[in-house]
Ligand binder design. Structure first.
Ligand SMILES: Cc1cc2nc3c(=O)[nH]c(=O)nc-3n(C[C@H](O)[C@H](O)[C@H](O)COP(=O)(O)O)c2cc1C
Length: 388
């Protein structure tokens, strides 16, 4: 664990702490052969007119790959279902022009030595009732309920669910055929797959609702169908979360036992890597528990329960830890990576996803690797609509 004083030595790569050096070791999972354990977190941009990622999108991702990121997880990209999402400028992973656009993105990232997977996305009820894309198509979700419990759109019929599964499979095959190194399923934040998992949005009375196991059934069926289609070697990453958009205290699992009961069927169905999404990676997942159990984060629990490679995420590098490391504010600045380091030393995760810090600073990873952390660029609101 590096304390404030030793953080000064981070300006020399050779003296970077061993845990941080460990994050620069290669990592392999099936089709993913990563040069280091830093991932770019998926971040929606809406810079793809008509769902087609253009040259500017390729350049945006190329810069992060050139900046040393091992694995780029793209912004959420709509699967081929007309009710997947509301925006016309969010990229799609279907249709020749969109796939050609993605091919250019993949080639640009590979040319810089990076790996890249798309995040496959269906918003379910979060598509809302005023979509710009396919406005005549009704929004669909497990129970036709918005996340606040009010009625919105309609609930899936059994026939819908079969079509929907095929849409996930088609998206996965498109990803594979386009040359991506694997794929991530967006099963977090109150979007479609998460809406099945959460009792607040799934009140179905058929075999897809009710018990925890029944609520997990559709997401697990999607994983199994994708696994069958893409073969055993193509890596499947599954992102999930306790929190939902606007409902930060929501939980799909009230206890480690419940978390294990959700994750086991997903793992059995063929997930290779789990990506629990938290807003602050160091926060305990079940703080009400006693002792060490009450301190373990969601990534730590995920890894402990499943043994699968796990990605942690949430506020890494955001507290200006390195940019202010040599100023009077250093103590608070150091907190972020100190905890990341100790969690990594404790074996709580295998990879770390970095979001906003990489929006602000495409070279964030390379600067860390080469001890130029004093050059890290702080995130500002202006970076949210990052053009490059
Ligand atoms: C502008 C923006 C867009 C995002 N879009 C997505 C998305 O498409 N899919 C997703 O799973 N998470 C999305 N997120 C969440 C990030 O992946 C990440 O989990 C979050 O920003 C926390 O990481 P950070 O603190 O390092 O930024 C988004 C976050 C931001 C800031």
């Amino acid at each position: 664990m590096f304390a404030l004083k030793s953080s000064v030595t981070l300006s020399h790569a050779s003296t970077t702490s061993s845990a941080l050096r460990g994050l620069f070791e290669p990592f392999e999972v099936k089709s993913l052969s990563l040069r280091n354990r830093f991932a770019m977190a998926p971040m929606t941009r809406a810079f793809s007119p008509d769902g087609i990622p253009g040259a500017d999108v390729a350049e945006y991702y190329r810069r992060r790959a050139a900046g040393g990121v091992g694995l780029i997880i793209t912004e959420g990209t709509y699967i081929p279902d007309p009710a997947a999402g509301p925006h016309t400028r969010v990229p799609r992973i279907y249709g020749d022009e969109s796939l050609d656009g993605w091919k250019s993105v993949v080639d640009a990232v590979h040319a810089e030595g990076g790996s890249i997977i798309p995040q496959l996305w269906h918003l379910g009820v979060e598509r809302g009732d005023k979509p710009q894309l396919n406005p005549d198509v009704q929004t669909v979700s497990p129970s036709g309920l918005a996340l606040d419990g009010t009625p919105l759109g309609r609930e899936f019929t059994s026939a819908d669910l079969e079509n929907l599964k095929q849409a996930w499979v088609d998206a996965a095959l498109n990803a594979k055929n386009t040359g991506f190194d694997g794929l991530e399923l967006h099963g977090a934040h109150g979007y479609l797959l998460d809406e099945f998992l959460w009792a607040g949005s799934n009140v179905r009375t058929d075999s897809y609702g009710g018990s925890l196991e029944a609520r997990t059934r559709f997401p697990a069926e999607v994983v199994a169908a994708i696994r069958e289609a893409v073969g055993n070697e193509f890596a499947i990453v599954y992102r999930f979360s306790q929190w939902k958009s606007g409902q930060y205290d929501a939980r799909i699992a009230q206890s480690p036992n419940e978390l294990g009961r959700i994750l086991a069927p997903l793992v059995d169905a063929g997930v290779d890597v789990l990506h629990p999404s938290t807003r602050r990676h160091w926060e305990p997942a079940f703080a009400e528990l006693d002792g060490e159990d009450g301190k373990l984060g969601l990534a730590g629990w995920t890894k402990k329960l499943t043994g699968l490679p796990t990605i942690t995420v949430g506020s890494v590098g955001l507290d200006s830890v390195f940019t202010t490391a040599f100023t009077a504010d250093a103590a608070s600045s150091v907190t972020g990576l100190e905890r990341l380091e100790s969690q990594y030393e404790d074996g709580e995760f295998d990879m770390v996803a970095v979001g906003r810090a990489l929006l602000a600073d495409p070279e964030w990873v390379e600067k860390l690797r080469t001890g130029r952390t004093d050059e890290h660029i702080a995130f500002t609101a202006a970076h949210r609509s990052q053009l490059n």
